[in-house]
Design a protein around this ligand. Structure first.
Ligand code: B12
Ligand code: SF4
Length: 448
């Protein structure tokens, strides 16, 4: 029997000298391959090819049975352009849209993308069934919406998140792997990985695509993936993009024991209150840990209280100052524009950043409001977001000030950003030029 042919596409979504491996798409590709499908991948971001060049890429190709596209909420235009291009060659091929772009957005926006099927949240447990029914009765597939002429039909929601403990390793052989490599100290080849999903905290600005239940892959499968990347692509440095890596002590201890003999370097993202255990940190350092990325958001305890992220700034400062002399790089994102931000909270944040020796290892962005978050809903209620479709279509990256929920005008928020950057530059004897628009141009690798 002929294998069903699926083409997976990652749109080009921003200009950056760095390319990021699309983990979600790599996983979907792997599940489909294992499920007996013939899978091809076109990563336009990885190849740095514009979305409207899709017609050139596909004109010589055999028409697939379905196309899968991945996107975040900021990718509306990229996806619409991509699908318009696809339709010039293949008018009727079913297009499936997956990723965080679909969640909590109005049906009109989904229809305007031009896609036919929309998969909500995680797709490990849906993708095989969906592609089996792609040209049949889609009501049989839970957790999706699909286009029925000019309307959208929603199927039954999936109650339990997928069990990821046995998830396969990504189908790396289908991707242009050399494009995604980042370098640590020019010699170590770095790559992204995930080991868990979900986060139990519910910050008012964060959209948790994987929900609040934390699930781990088993240590063996993560180590197997590391070994695969190491032997096939000589990758020796790994960056975990999990929402909060260090939540499960037992898991981390087992992981450290298994990777110590591999002589790899690794980093992770975590909530700062989950990295307070110094004994565990020592074990991590001995097993190759070189960096930790924290979402500290603000150095003001008033703001911390308001956002309910449960960060104790004193403990955060102590642990950062404990890690730095051990050679562990600490990264963090800081945000300007929380509802109770003021000159006073900005000053506190700047002071905190100076005391904890932030230099170029931080992102300083403006608060963004994404669908599915408390602040987004609140901005509607208060009339700050008036036209949802317009708002979503024109969403900007966090470097730009797009929406403001403080009581101060935009100019003041922009001046706060400049003030912090200037003070950090001065504290580190650097020129301001080194900081301008640096979020995605850093020489050294860092995740959001
Ligand atoms: C690593 C990461 C990045 C990396 C990029 C990685 C990449 N190649 O995509 C970088 C640092 C570049 C990045 C940038 C941004 N990011 Co980001 N990022 C993440 C992070 C931490 C992990 C993503 C990941 O790899 N997860 C693991 C994989 C397995 O999951 P996944 O990608 O979600 O894939 C699953 C599903 O989405 C779905 N799926 C995905 N693709 C497809 C395709 C098909 C066809 C189907 C059916 C299903 C499907 O199935 C997969 C398996 O379950 C998430 C937080 C999180 N926990 O998800 C935020 C997150 C995705 N990012 C987010 C945001 C907002 C951004 C930025 C817009 C921030 C900014 N700077 O302004 C930018 C986007 C840049 C742009 N130009 O638009 C938001 C998305 C919000 C939303 N509603 O879309 C998240 C959820 C963070 C948050 N909580 O707010 N990000
Ligand atoms: S910002 Fe971090 S801690 Fe807060 S809900 Fe999102 S992933 Fe969890």
């Amino acid at each position: 029997m002929r294998k069903k042919h699926i083409l997976l596409i990652n749109p080009k979504w921003f200009e950056s000298e760095f390319k990021y491996f699309p983990i979600g798409l790599g996983l979907i590709a792997s599940i489909l391959c294992e499920g007996g499908f013939f899978v091809e991948v076109l990563d336009l971001s990885g190849m740095d090819a514009p979305n409207n060049s899709i017609t050139n890429f596909i004109k010589e190709k055999r028409k697939p049975d379905a196309i899968g596209i991945s996107g975040k909420v900021t990718h509306f235009h990229a996806i619409r352009e991509l699908i318009t291009g696809i339709r010039k060659t293949w008018k009727t091929v079913p297009v499936v849209l997956g990723g965080s772009i679909n969640s909590f957005v109005p049906d009109e926006l989904l229809l305007e993308t031009g896609a036919d099927v929309f998969v909500f949240g995680e797709a490990e447990d849906k993708i095989l069934q969906l592609m089996q029914y792609i040209d049949g009765d889609l009501t049989k597939v839970n957790g999706i919406k699909f286009r029925n002429n000019t309307e959208i039909v929603k199927t039954v929601s999936t109650e339990t998140p997928p069990n990821i403990s046995q998830s396969p390793i990504c189908a790396y052989h289908l991707f242009p792997m050399e494009k995604y490599l980042h370098y640590y100290k020019k010699t170590n080849r770095c790559f992204d990985l995930y080991s868990s999903k979900g986060c139990p905290i519910n910050c008012p600005f964060c959209f948790r695509i994987s929900g609040d239940k934390v699930r781990h892959r088993n240590v063996e499968s993560v180590v197997a993936e590391i070994l695969h990347l190491k032997s096939k692509y000589t990758i020796d440095s790994f960056n975990f993009v999990d929402d909060s890596f260090a939540l499960n002590r037992k898991w981390v201890v087992e992981f450290c024991k298994k990777v110590t003999p591999l002589k790899i370097k690794w980093r992770f993202q975590a909530h700062v209150m989950n990295i307070q255990d110094r004994e565990l940190l020592s074990l991590m350092v001995d097993s190759g840990l070189i960096g930790i990325s924290l979402g500290l958001e603000s150095g003001s305890s008033k703001v911390q209280k308001k956002i309910g992220k449960n960060i104790n700034l004193e403990k955060a400062e102590n642990i950062i100052l404990y890690l730095l002399p051990k050679g562990i790089k600490v990264y963090s994102g800081f945000i300007i524009g929380f509802p109770n931000d003021s000159w006073e909270t900005i000053e506190e944040t700047k002071e905190f950043m100076v005391r904890t020796k932030f230099n170029k290892n931080f992102n300083l962005s403006f608060l963004s409001l994404y669908p599915g978050t408390y602040y987004y809903r609140d901005a509607f209620k208060n009339g700050i977001i008036k036209n949802e479709l317009e708002y979503l279509k024109n969403l900007k990256l966090q470097d730009e000030l797009y929406v403001n929920i403080t009581k101060y005008p935009n100019d003041v928020l922009k001046s706060w950003k400049e003030y912090i950057l200037r003070e950090i530059a001065e504290a580190n004897h650097r020129s301001m030029d080194e900081y301008e628009g640096y979020n995605f141009k850093k020489k050294e690798y860092i995740v959001a």
